[in-house]
Every structure is written in structure tokens, then in C-alpha cells.
Write a protein that binds this ligand. Structure first.
Ligand SMILES: Cc1cc2nc3c(=O)[nH]c(=O)nc-3n(C[C@H](O)[C@H](O)[C@H](O)COP(=O)(O)O)c2cc1C
Length: 490
């Protein structure tokens, strides 16, 4: 579904009773973060903070959190009915991801209502929260769509990458070389140039969902396809980067590739639920221009999940990541996938297949680990046959219990790059300045029936004995008919 801007999206959410305006004065220092986290953990509404301490007379006075904080609101953003089940949503998204629509370029838009340059730039004029008690600073780039352009092809990338204010015109960012903007960064470095960037804060939530997912190709084209209509884009003031013409706030700047310009960034309460990405010198966006709408609405989120505590805007990952992974596997010619999901953490992905040859699960695992997804997903892969419902923990546990035999090669390890925010990896191995990324020893648990087991005639030519819990249809009919006669409750 296409929203012309953040405001149209908010109006829909509010009309459904899913947006709460907070009129009491709240402190940007920890209080907004704590409220957002508590409401997200209760699977509550989106929150619009309208009365923020120290931000009554600034050009920006409002902050929105949690708009994508429930399954229902993600469905709403995609324009899908409440009745649609998760697997159907993933399939719908896969269909959309197969097509692209070109964005359109327009001459101007509301995002140009105010243009600040030079002394007019002061990031502290925005009500950016100090989200969590031990954060290294105020994180302005959380619910951000960071736009860069490949200097050779001109292709745009839109990605979500964190950034902390380190001066009135400076934001230090967590830039990993294996991410798409990291590849652009390396390309600019080879040219001896700074990398232009534009951080988009506040637009149609569909763009953020694409930005935070490992989209292959240009996010603007994929997002246009998901919206069903083109993203209208306007040129930045200080570079040829294109940004949504009705974005609330756009922060334009340059990142130097010279390590001497790096500034300490971190830690931040990160998605694994820990303070991660410890303080280290990191690249800095030197802000050259801010454009914003009149009375702009800043957007932000709390990341981090531990059991019972949830991120404020993370639900879309459950749909986008499996859909993208599934399409990527199909594009690699890997057949037989019938479902992909993860509960809570994309590190643990579950895949259901219609197994048609020995090594099917291993082929699938190495394809995932060799793809863009490897940056954050699939540290532990569990693959099951298609008689197992991967959305049922009971069913997956049963398959793990009775279809995995490590002595027959059902568990495999593979060393690849990994998430630099996973605290189970020693700090020295996740030095992204030195290595560009981190390292993971990944695990495949092949919980499909091992084809090394011989089919047996006494089991009807199958590799496994018949299920002992089955009741024949005739006997089922008999006991159902006589149920009351036995004196058993319904
Ligand atoms: C809220 C949020 C914050 C994120 N922060 C970072 C980050 O700081 N650095 C990073 O490399 N990836 C981060 N990610 C993950 C990337 O957004 C994700 O891998 C995405 O695919 C990146 O876009 P790309 O594939 O175009 O590089 C974050 C994701 C979300 C949803």
C-alpha cells in the first residue's frame, strides 16, 4: 500500500486506535526510551511524543516511535488484511519482490520547505533521545533510511545503519564494509573521494522495511513495487542523491574515508539485547545540509530483544527476511523450499523443504551463507522435512530429537563472516575497522530424514518406521461414535 508520506501513514494508524499521543512532558534522556521499550514489550500502540523537555520552541518538537511495533501495523503498512497468515504474507512479499517499479523524479516537494546550511545546522535542535542508560550518546540514526550511490554505476542503496551524534554537525556511524553502503564506501575510497550520504527520517514505512532488509537490487525500485506505485524522489541540495520528496527530515553529508577523521561511537543497546558495538573510532557523517518539512516529525526506535522484551519496530523482519531469503534461494536454483521462518532472532532460521536428494539441506545452507543474508542471518540453520511445521516449536523439537544423528553428518560447521554485534564472538574477531566485518562459525542442523538410512521393505519402503501414534480411520470413526458410551468427556 502506498502512503504519500509519514503523516498519511500515521493518520491511518491513529484512525485504527493504534497511535497514542503522549501529551505529558517527557525527558529525551532515557525516559522516552524507557516508555517506548515498555510499550513495545506489552505489544502496545505507536507513540507520538508531543511534549519533550527542552524541545518546546525548536523547529522540531515531536518524535514518533513504535509504528511498526505489531504484526497488525506491519500488515496495515503493507495494505494486507488482518486475516492473512504469516506464511501467506511471506508468499505475497515474494511475489512483489519479483517485480520492480521505477521511482519517479520530481522537481520539489514538502521536504524542501526548510533548507538549513552552515551555521543553521545543529543536530541538537532535534529531540533525539538518549535511548538507553549506557548508550554512548544520542542515537539519531535508528529508524533511518540511509541513502548512498555507487560512484561507478550511479545505483542507489537505501540501508538502515545506526548513528550517534558526536557534534552539532557530526554523526558517527556503524559502517561495516560487507553491507551495501560499505561497498560504496570502499568504491569512494578507491577514487580518493568522500562518500556523499543522505539520511531520510520519516516517510512511508514501506521504505524503512526495505531499508532494514537485505534487498538485492535498488530499494527504491523494490519499495515502489511493494507500494504498487513509484516512490517520488527529489534531488538533494549537496549531492546527486535522490530522496523521497515528502520526507519529514533529510540530513545530507559526506563521510571521509580517512581513518584520522574517525570518532568514537558506541555502545548502543543493540538487536541481540546487549550493549554491542563497543566504543571504537568509526566513520563520521559531516552534515552539510538539513532539509525538513514545516513542523517536522522525527522518528526513532529502540532496538534490542531479550525474552519478553521487544524492539519497538522490529516486526517487519519476520516477513521481509524470510521472503528475501526464500527468493534468493530460488534464484540460486535450489528447489523444494516450502517455508522459512524465525522466532525472535534471525540468527536462528528454520527452513522446511520437500527433500528430493541427498545433500539438499547442505546445498541450501551454503547458498544462504554465501549470500547477502550472511551479514546478520542464519548463524544456526535448522532444516526439516515438509511433514514438520516449522512454526510449531513442538514439531521442530520432535524433528531435532528423532531425525538428527550427528554421527551421520547431520550437523555441519562452516566458517564465514558474521554479525559484529554478536557478543559470543571475541572482541578482537569483530573489529570492523580491521576486518570490515566479524566472523561466525555457522551451524547447520539437518533435521530431515537422513538418506543414508536404508529404505526397509517392512516399513513400506520407507527409511523410518511407521508413526506409532496414528489411529486408523476405521478405528477413529468407531471410537468417535462410541465416545459418550465410554463415559469420556468431549
Ligand atoms: C533498526 C536497525 C538498525 C540497524 N543498524 C545497523 C548498523 O548499524 N549497521 C549495519 O551494518 N546494519 C544495521 N542494520 C541491519 C541492516 O539494516 C540490514 O542488514 C540491511 O540489509 C542493510 O541494507 P543493505 O543490505 O542495503 O546494506 C540495522 C537494521 C535495523 C532494522
Amino acid at each position: 500500500m502506498a502512503f504519500k508520506d509519514l503523516r498519511e501513514w500515521m493518520a491511518l494508524v491513529e484512525s485504527k486506535g493504534e497511535l497514542k499521543r503522549i501529551k505529558a512532558e517527557v525527558d529525551w534522556k532515557e525516559e522516552i526510551g524507557a516508555i517506548t521499550r515498555e510499550v513495545a514489550s506489552r505489544r502496545g500502540t505507536a507513540l507520538l511524543f508531543e511534549n519533550i523537555k527542552d524541545y518546546h520552541d525548536t523547529s522540531c518538537t515531536q518524535l514518533l516511535t513504535g509504528t511498526l511495533g505489531s504484526r497488525g501495523r506491519v500488515r496495515m503498512a503493507l495494505g494486507l488484511p488482518d486475516t492473512m497468515r504469516d506464511r501467506e504474507i511471506i508468499n505475497w512479499l515474494r511475489g512483489r519482490l519479483r517485480t520492480t517499479i521505477d521511482p519517479v523524479i520530481v522537481n520539489s516537494g514538502p521536504t524542501k520547505e526548510n533548507i538549513l546550511k552552515g551555521d543553521g545546522i545543529d543536530l541538537y535542535n532535534l529531540p533525539v533521545p538518549f535511548w538507553n542508560p549506557l548508550d554512548g550518546g544520542r542515537y539519531i540514526f535508528t529508524l533511518v533510511c540511509m541513502v548512498t550511490r555507487d560512484p561507478f554505476t550511479g545505483e542507489h542503496n537505501v540501508g538502515t545503519y545506526r548513528g550517534m551524534i558526536v557534534g552539532k554537525n557530526k554523526v558517527a556511524v556503524f559502517l561495516a564494509r560487507s553491507q551495501d553502503w560499505g561497498k560504496h564506501f570502499t568504491a569512494y575510497e578507491s577514487l580518493g573521494q568522500e562518500m556523499p550520504v543522505a539520511a531520510v527520517l520519516g516517510w512511508d514505512p514501506n521504505l524503512f522495511m526495505c531499508s532494514g532488509s537485505s534487498v538485492v537490487g535498488e530499494e527504491y525500485k523494490v519499495c515502489s513495487a511493494i507500494r504498487g506505485e513509484p516512490v517520488p524522489l527529489v534531488k538533494c541540495e549537496t549531492s546527486d542523491i535522490l530522496v523521497p520528496a515528502s520526507a519529514e527530515i533529510v540530513i545530507e553529508g559526506k563521510i571521509s574515508t580517512d581513518p584520522a577523521t574517525y570518532v568514537m561511537e558506541g555502545p548502543f543497546a543493540e538487536y541481540p539485547g546487549y550493549y554491542a558495538g563497543m566504543p571504537e573510532p568509526r566513520p563520521v557523517v559531516r552534515v552539510e545540509c538539513i532539509t525538513h518539512r514545516n513542523d517536522p516529525i522525527l522518528v526513532g526506535l529502540v532496538a534490542g530483544a531479550t525474552p519478553g522484551r521487544y524492539p519497538s519496530d522490529g516486526f517487519f523482519l519476520k516477513y521481509f527476511w524470510p521472503a528475501l531469503m526464500w527468493s534468493g534461494l530460488e534464484d540460486n536454483g535450489i528447489p523444494g523450499i516450502t517455508d522459512i521462518t524465525f522466532d525472535g532472532w534471525p540468527e536462528i532460521m528454520k527452513v522446511r523443504i520437500h527433500k528430493s536428494y541427498r545433500g539438499h539441506a547442505q546445498q541450501l545452507a551454503t547458498a544462504i551463507w554465501g549470500s547477502k543474508f550472511a551479514n546478520h542471518g542464519g548463524k544456526i540453520l535448522i532444516v526439516v522435512d515438509d511433514d514438520i511445521d516449522i512454526r510449531s516449536r513442538e514439531a521442530v523439537d520432535w524433528a531435532l530429537a528423532y531425525r538428527v544423528n550427528a554421527a551421520m553428518g547431520d550437523i555441519a560447521f562452516f566458517d564465514t563472516l558474521g554479525s559484529p554485534l554478536d557478543p559470543s564472538v571475541p572482541m578482537e574477531d569483530r573489529d570492523i575497522i580491521k576486518y570490515g566485518q566479524s566472523s561466525w562459525r555457522r551451524i547447520l542442523i539437518d533435521a530431515t530424514i537422513n538418506w543414508g538410512l536404508e529404505p526397509r521393505p517392512e516399513w513400506g519402503g520407507k527409511r523410518y518406521p511407521p508413526l506409532g501414534t496414528e489411529i486408523t480411520p476405521a478405528m477413529q470413526e468407531l471410537i468417535t461414535r462410541r465416545w459418550k458410551e465410554y463415559g469420556l468427556p468431549d
